[in-house]
Design a protein around this ligand. Sequence first.
Ligand code: IMP
Length: 176
Amino acid sequence: MVHPDEHQGEVLITSEELQAKVRELAAQINADYAGRDVLLVCVLKGAVLFLADLLRCLEVPAEVEFMAVSSYGAATETSGVVRVLKDLDRSIDGRHVLVVEDIVDSGLTLDYLLRMLEERRPASLEVCALLTKPERRQVQLEARYVGFEIPDRFVVGYGLDHDERLRGLPHIAALS
Ligand code: IMP
């Protein structure tokens, strides 16, 4: 469904579609992690709404930790080096870690993050990304759970921002 809107872009994924997908992803996670505790590592800030909805659909015991990262900026972006603005509060040693991401674009941020987390010896390390832009990928990256593949467009809403705005939209919209 596409609703052109001058200010908030064109709706790519409706709120209903998002909620249905979250339930679907949660069902997969519930099945895959049955009998295990999962530690959700939410990457701030974009993944917050996704995390909140996903968490409510999980039946496996789940704990939540937050991380904030930022790219070093245009000059070093291609190196994939990211700055950790907020690290985890607890050890992930021996834990079943599921990284909850809003969107995988080039994949560089997530790639860096996964390498960093891997060094901390989790029992398992997987990724649950709501959105992915396969056309933009610069690194080979396997996210175990992916909500939607989207075209190479800048999207906002459901946690995703444009200059810190529009995170509260209940749907995903593409800005022109
Ligand atoms: P990557 O390192 O290129 O994969 O960038 C990932 C991060 O860039 C995401 O976690 C978002 O914060 C941001 N990002 C990438 N594409 C978009 C978009 O279309 N809208 C909003 N943020 C985006």
